[in-house]
Design a protein around this ligand. Structure first.
Ligand code: FES
Length: 112
């Protein structure tokens, strides 16, 4: 219980910093150069987008904005999921909520 309270307090104090950092992260790869089976935050038509390319090359485009309180998610290479740095929500490759506090999925993007 003490660890849970400690984690919650840490997340509360770090939330503004993590929110700002997540929105300032630079995109480092283009959609075309994204490897199959990988995801990344990529600018598509000037808009940051959470892009996942499956093993057959099909691309899923999602809003990177966490529906909990608005931080931008990060691609977790090891577990092949989207993680939110602010309060620990986790989303599948397709943006479905796997772990809260977020209650909604990542929104689909139609930026092409
Ligand atoms: S902003 Fe809170 S879990 Fe994402």
């Amino acid at each position: 219980m003490f660890n849970s309270i400690k984690t919650t307090l840490r997340q509360m104090f770090l939330y503004p910093i993590n929110l700002l950092k997540s929105h300032m992260q630079k995109t480092t790869v283009s959609k075309e150069k994204l490897a199959q089976g990988e995801g990344a935050i990529i600018e598509v038509n000037g808009k940051k987008t959470a892009v996942y390319k499956n093993d057959k090359g099909a691309v899923t485009l999602l809003s990177p904005v966490c529906p909990h309180l608005g931080c931008l998610v990060n691609w977790n290479k090891k577990d092949k999921v989207w993680d939110c740095p602010c309060h620990g929500s986790r989303f599948s490759k397709e943006g479905k909520v796997m772990k809260g506090p977020a209650k909604k999925n990542l929104a689909s993007e139609n930026v092409l």
